[in-house]
Design a binder for this molecule. Structure first.
Ligand SMILES: *Cc1c(COP(=O)(O)O)cnc(C)c1O
Length: 393
């Protein structure tokens, strides 16, 4: 089978909801992928931050295969061992009290929204259900999470949207305070806006938002679906911002490629969601949890320090290319944005793919790099050579 054979049969039966590149991936090893024509790609995208420990990791394969042989799924009416283990690791490493497991980023954020509205309704009654999010944010593709997303392009086609979301400019503390009024139960933020353009929030702004929320008993919800699980060089990005949010969602990188996600809450929120108020059939399923255990075991302090060092190395190398198209390089750990001028980010990513490097776009003019956290310097150099050719010719 060739790429073209697969693309043809795929497109005949699968809905055309994605602007796909003409590349059909067959398998991967380390931080490299192989297509059906036998071509190799260095992967600076990792399935949009999902394949956090690369491809073909032997411990990950063994954990999932052994778990599949033992117990693939059982309903949440019963207890299972892998979910218990992942919840314990997450709570012990972060200081949070409880975890709820879901299957995707959007579903995890939906859970945060339900949690915060119920928290407020239980304590203060109705009329305090508003949630403030930021312009340029991205929180998912369900009707409620696109309503929470602060980008007008998402608020089309699917009317009516969920009510109760207000948007303010990142960094504008006064606008945020004014927007909260007395009808607000939560502020929800990405600490680095991923889809929006790899835009880190200002640390002082985040600290002041956290203090304001605490004072008003407005819950601070952090969407770490993209920034979490080692991506920025700490287990969660909030650690580097010096805050302890009330609740934090995670998904993408947690299970290394198996659908998995969820959110963690502090003591104050740990009893809000009771039997019958929130559930999901696959949540905490044993195969995903087995993958998540391996990912979390891989993210030692030493490994996280390496993520920071490799991210800095990539940023330094890209700056040193002195490309006429690059106006800014920014990010944290292995979440890197390269702001472009004079070249379309989409066209550039297409060209990089043809040359054997997979990368992503973000915002309207940013090239986004999210390599596997386990990528080697040798693989990084191979990818950077391809990037340099595209950016400097
Ligand atoms: C990707 C992403 C989501 C949505 O996750 P899905 O798994 O696609 O539902 C939500 N929030 C952020 C910050 C993301 O990057």
């Amino acid at each position: 089978m060739t790429n073209q054979d697969l693309i043809k049969s795929h497109d005949e039966y699968v809905m055309g909801t994605y602007g796909r590149f003409p590349i059909a991936i067959s398998h991967g090893k380390g931080a490299e992928l192989y297509d059906f024509d036998g071509k190799t790609y260095v992967d600076f995208a990792s399935g949009i931050g999902v394949n956090s420990i690369g491809y073909g990791n032997p411990e990950w394969i063994k954990a999932i295969a052994d778990q599949a042989a033992k117990l693939g799924h059982v309903s949440n009416l019963y207890y299972t061992e892998p979910a218990a283990k992942v919840a314990e690791i997450l709570c012990k490493q972060t200081g949070y009290s409880k975890v709820f497991f879901a299957n995707s980023g959007a579903e995890s954020n939906e859970g945060l929204i339900k949690l915060t509205r119920k928290y407020s309704n239980d304590k203060y009654g109705s009329g305090r259900s508003n949630i403030v999010t930021l312009e340029g944010s991205f929180h998912g593709r369900t009707v409620t999470t696109i309503s929470a997303t602060g980008q007008e392009v998402f608020h089309q086609h699917f009317f009516p949207f969920t009510e109760g979301f207000r948007f303010v400019k990142p960094g504008d503390l006064e606008a945020l305070k004014a927007s909260c009024a007395d009808d607000t139960c939560a502020v929800m933020l990405e600490l680095i806006q991923g889809e929006g353009g790899v835009l880190p929030l200002d640390k002082a702004f985040v600290g002041e938002v956290a203090a304001f929320c605490k004072e008003q008993d407005i819950l601070l919800l952090i969407d770490e679906v993209q920034t979490g699980i080692g991506r920025t060089g700490s287990l969660f990005a909030f650690e580097q911002y010096g805050i302890l949010p009330d609740a934090v969602s995670f998904a993408k990188g947690i299970a290394g490629g198996v659908p998995f996600g969820g959110f963690m809450v502090n003591e104050k929120c740990s009893g809000v969601l009771t039997p019958g108020t929130h559930a999901t059939t696959y949540g905490g399923n044993p195969l995903g949890a087995a993958g998540a255990s391996v990912v979390l075991d891989t993210l030692t302090d030493e490994m996280l320090a390496e993520v920071q060092a490799k991210g800095q190395y990539i940023q330094d190398r890209v700056k040193a290319m002195e490309s006429p198209y690059v106006t800014e390089v920014r990010g944290l750990g292995l979440m890197i944005g390269i702001l472009l001028e004079g070249v379309s980010h989409r066209e550039l990513v297409g060209k990089l793919g043809e040359a054997g490097l997979l990368a992503l776009v973000a915002g309207s003019a940013t090239l986004r790099l999210l390599p596997p956290l386990t990528i080697t310097y040798e693989e990084i150099d191979k990818g950077l050579a391809i990037l340099q050719t595209a950016l400097c010719n």
